[in-house]
Structure formats: structure tokens, C-alpha cells
Design a binder for this molecule. Sequence first.
Ligand code: FE2
Ligand code: FE2
Length: 211
Amino acid sequence: MNEIIELYDEMLNRLIIAAEYRDTDVPKHIIRIKLYSEWLSRELKMSQDFIESIKFAAALHDIGKIGIPYDILFKQGGLSREEFVAIKNHSQIGANILEGSNNSRIQMAASIALNHHERCDGSGYPNGIKKNTIPIEAKIVTICDQYDALMMKKPYKPSYGHKKSLEIITKGDGRTLPQHFDQDVLSAFKKIAGEFESIFNTYQDLNDDII
Ligand SMILES: [Fe+2]
Ligand SMILES: [Fe+2]
């Protein structure tokens, strides 16, 4: 039985890598998002079943990027309005790939894929929904994804480091604002921010042995 669970887990991770193969950062990003989501869910006192589900579902949050043209997804420098609109499509594409399942974990994955760029003040995408209409699993992944995006070094941006990333999320920098996030999730994040930093540091140098 354990072997089947291991096989299933490994195949899931390898499928995600295959789907997002073009982005070399993805394997590390996915592992970190799974761990941040797990820690944050535990801090929020979510059920064990929720925690197991989010570890599975969070890994698939950006699966819709498979439908975004390479030239746009990895464009260095500024994006045009049309290109940005095309990138935003990854939320809906991910939901299209995952929707309609009877399996509760895949249903959660579809919810996260669709809603992980929504913001509590309604300024997110794809639907601009607010606070209580955004599912909790998406609110959790949003903050994890934001922290990781700030910490990651990209061709178009430096890593901001833990202190600055934490400050941007909790106090805002004009672009990212605390009101984008669910306040309970934000408080839980503040409490265990040190854990986020060690997850990032532990899983930033993995190469191919990332499963
Ligand atoms: Fe995304
Ligand atoms: Fe992401």
C-alpha cells in the first residue's frame, strides 16, 4: 500500500514537472508551496484531511501555465497589456484542466488553480471576487505564492530576502498590500514566518532530485 502511495505521489510530482518543464524554477517552487501551505494550514488549525488535501492541491496551482505561449511566459522585460491578459489566463486554464472531478482533492486543486490570484479587496483575477467568496484553500496558497515570488530571484527581479519580503506582505509596498490577503491567514503567516524562511533556505538548491 505504501508503495502505491509513494508511486502516486512521485508520479504526481513528475507530471507537474512535465507540465511546467519549461520553467526550471518550478520543481523547487512546488515543493516550497506544498510545505508553506501545510504549515500555514496547521497554524490555522485546519483538519488533518484538509492539510493532506492542500499538500496535494497546492502543487497544481499553476498547472494552467501549460496553456500559455512560451514567448509570453518567459518574456524578459515588460509585458504588454495583451500579454499580461494572456498570462492571467493560466488560472482559468488550470481550472478547466482540473474541474468536474468527484475526488475531493482534485476539487480542491481546481478551486486553488482558479482562485490563487484573487485578492480579498476584489482587485485580483480572474473574477475579482472578494473576502468571503474566496475559498480558504486559495487564500492560503495566495500568501505562500506571494512570499515565494518575493524570495525568488528571477531574470527581471532580485530576491528581496526574508526581512523585506515579510515587510512587503505585512505592510505593503504600493503594489502588494496587506488588504490583498485574508486577515486570519496573514496573522498565522506572521506567526510562522520564520518557518517559511527555513523552508525557502532548505529547498532552494535542489536540482534534479526534487521528487
Ligand atoms: Fe499563478
Ligand atoms: Fe506559483
